[in-house]
Design a protein around this ligand. Sequence first.
Ligand code: UDP
Ligand code: MG
Length: 320
Amino acid sequence: MSSRRKTKLKIDLVIPIYNEVESISKTYADVRQVVDGLPHEFRFIYVDDGSNDGTADSLREISANDRRVTLLTLSRNFGHQAALTAGMDASQGDIMISLDADGQHPPAMIPKMIGLITQGYDIVQGQRMEDGRAASFKKLTSNFFYWLINKISGTQVMPGAADFRALSRNALDGVRSMQEYHRFLRGMISWMGYNSVILPYHEPERIAGRSKYSLGKMFRLASDAIFSFSLAPLYIGLSAGFVFFILACGQLTYVLSLWLTGNTQRVEPGWSSLMGVLLIASGIIMILLGFIGVYVGYIFQEVKRRPVYLIKGKTNDDSE
Ligand code: UDP
Ligand code: MG
């Protein structure tokens, strides 16, 4: 806390970036315009997540002209969550603020975030306001995803929570102590607890280009969130098993009672009912085996303890 009372704070801005060559100069200028007027010591940590569109050259140029800009280049595209993790690992400041490179996380909120951290909050979580947005595929799937994850996991994740947030040194050290391979940072940060506050913001359109979250990447993030934060899919198996067990007991009792009362002629060979039960039971077993398979796969990847990302190069890094 004492460090937070200092007037001049060291603040690291972590910016993951993947193929955003058209937006870089504008977002950099927009962020500078805000932070240059503040009495703190800022460092920009750009994480180039394996871009192949000229983003790397533009970043190198920015970094050559501004000593405060550190550029971490990852060895390939590891994904947004891994790039954010690389940036947070490199952060040594009193406060870390993460924001996207496409202009959708308004830099104008930065002073407010810093203000809330200096007031004593450890986490300032940006929340995208869903005002006046037309229903889109992304919005619908995102709403469904938040509904599901909040239903089945013990960790609550607020709808609209973005990877636009500020963390105190304490909270940042907390996230850095979580070494898991499959990372859903919004859930991990909510899991930590600490003093948090929500900061709603209006999300502008992307400055340029298209979303770098492909359908595959969105699906992987949702799967990381569900399977690493919830055991509910396994319990579905347990409950279905119980239901089938009770049904089987009922059936056995019924058949036995017919035998005991000498009504054996009423026990008819029932192809359709048998087939029905067989299909339902085998379907459920296959789905559950699939769930177990996914968990085994996740465990397999965790026990390998591979790094979440690999760094190919660094510029203006004074930490070593
Ligand atoms: N990004 C990244 N690696 C990826 C995909 C995205 O570093 O594999 C960056 C991207 O450049 C942007 C941020 O993560 O700065 C958020 O991505 P995007 O804006 O495409 O996501 P959306 O806003 O559509 O959810
Ligand atoms: Mg975006």
